[in-house]
Design a protein around this ligand. Structure first.
Ligand code: ATP
Ligand code: MG
Length: 438
């Protein structure tokens, strides 16, 4: 029940509804008395009068929380955090709300963020929830985050495990590996190392595979991030996390940072999430070539299936100024992919030339499935007869008949962009692949 004091303040407010100071006083009194419905109502009016009033916004979030309107509270808190991402009070309430809303995983991330900002942070209920006895250091959190959540690794594959893709290997070597191995030479010519390569093309044709092999080639760590994951998992906090990921890559240099689905950052993407879009893009560009950043030893590769959704700002010099088409493997490349993939399998008299010939438009992933299907067949047989038999050309050809090349679909879309939106010859390689004359 509201106290007499609150009641009399409320009736005074009825008499002069435009008195903002009075309304603030009413709101404060309502908070004191834990009259959260009243707080919610008053905060809403105050925000109508001044949408930038963060104090009222924070009270509205708190009221929503106490009134059980968790998703509404989350929306307001994400807005607040987007503008003040170090505010422990906001983060704490955000964490509590996420917990109530059943998003324990996300709550834990926020909790770790709080600890990263203030290692001495203590809140019994939250500590109990996350079973934290003593606060881990920021470094431990980051390392853990890198290794577990982001799956940082040291790949054992290198360029010799990549079939074909000669032009891609050459570009990566020139633009990424050489500047990394011989920085002094580049400096001597006054050429700034930096920027990255954007790989694009149909699915399954080796973009991720070659990025990983690049790390193996120079004995570097490999850190991969999917932009969609960042946008999903940390709605409203994407900028901060993007920064953290780049920091982790810098700390673990030499490191290949592979950014997958980079088109998700595209400004002209209609399904762009939330209003964070522009901020996230700007943050990303700052991490790439901002004045204060030092990306020495961080080799940046990105990949997309939809390069036409990329924001043009990414393509400027010093950023992703090289865009490379990763085409489906040609006959020679398919031959070497078969050789690489079958190298450690039990085989007999494999005719790779024939296999390569019979698999036009197959992607590396298609070839992988073809081999998997044959192996499954052989296993089944081995269980029946008790004698394992090696894989033969015919097994693979049989598997091939069950499959459709998966790269076709991509080209129906790419074709249109290549013909009608081929600004400065961006998609010349796609046209060449499709044998379309300009
Ligand atoms: N040139 C290649 N040499 C050897 N293996 C390859 C090659 N291309 C693809 N592969 C194999 O095919 C599979 C799919 O490749 P990968 O994941 O790199 O494709 P992708 O281009 O990243 O696809 P997506 O666009 O779907 O992410 C992997 O198992 C990879 O090892
Ligand atoms: Mg990939």
């Amino acid at each position: 029940m509201a106290s007499d004091q609150l009641k009399s303040l409320l009736s005074a407010l009825d008499a002069s509804p435009d008195n903002i100071q009075l309304r603030k006083l009413v709101t404060q009194q309502a908070v004191k008395e834990k009259e959260w419905l009243a707080v919610e109502g008053q905060a809403k009016v105050l925000l109508q009068l001044d949408p930038n009033d963060t104090e009222s916004k924070a009270l509205l979030a708190e009221a929503y929380f106490h009134n059980g309107a968790y998703s509404a509270a989350i929306i307001v808190l994400e807005e607040l955090i987007a503008s003040q991402d170090q505010n422990i009070n906001y983060l704490k309430l955000y964490c509590q709300t996420l917990l109530k809303d059943g998003s324990a995983g996300q709550a834990r991330d926020v909790y770790q963020q709080i600890l990263a900002i203030d290692p001495s942070f203590k809140e019994d209920a939250l500590d109990r929830e996350f079973k934290v006895s003593s606060a881990p250091s920021t470094e431990t959190i980051e390392q853990d985050f890198a290794e577990r959540t982001l799956g940082m690794q040291r790949p054992s594959t290198n360029f010799s495990h990549v079939g074909g893709m000669e032009n891609v290997k050459k570009e990566i070597d020139l633009k990424i590996i050489k500047p990394f191995l011989h920085p002094e030479l580049y400096k001597a010519y006054g050429k700034k190392a930096g920027g990255g390569i954007l790989l694009y093309g149909p699915p399954g044709c080796g973009k991720t595979h070659i990025a990983k092999a690049t790390a193996g080639q120079v004995n570097a760590n490999f850190l991969t991030i999917g932009i969609n994951d960042i946008l999903d998992a940390w709605l409203g906090n994407s900028e901060r996390n993007l920064h953290q990921i780049f920091e982790i890559a810098r700390k673990n240099a030499p490191c290949v940072l592979f950014i997958d689905e980079v088109d998700a950052l595209g400004a002209n993407r209609s399904e762009m999430k939330g209003s964070a879009g522009r901020n996230v893009i700007n943050q990303f560009l700052t991490e790439l070539d901002g004045v204060d950043v030092d990306n020495e030893g961080v080799l940046i590769l990105a990949a997309t299936n939809s390069p036409w959704h990329m924001d043009p700002a990414f393509k400027r010099p010093g950023r992703f100024d090289r865009m490379i088409f990763v085409s489906p493997p040609d006959i020679k490349a398919r031959k070497s992919i078969f050789e690489i993939m079958l190298a450690e399998k039990p085989t007999k008299d494999i005719d790779v030339d024939k296999l390569a010939k019979k698999t036009p438009e197959f992607s590396g992933a298609d070839i992988q499935s073809m081999i998997d299907i044959s192996i499954e067949g052989k296993l089944e047989l081995a269980f029946e007869t008790g004698v394992p038999q090696p894989i033969e050309t015919n097994d693979l050809l049989k598997a091939c008949k069950k499959m459709v090349a998966s790269t076709k679909e991509w080209f129906t879309k790419a074709r249109n962009y290549a013909i009608y939106a081929n600004d400065s010859g961006l998609y010349d390689d796609v046209l060449k692949y499709l044998k379309i004359n300009k």
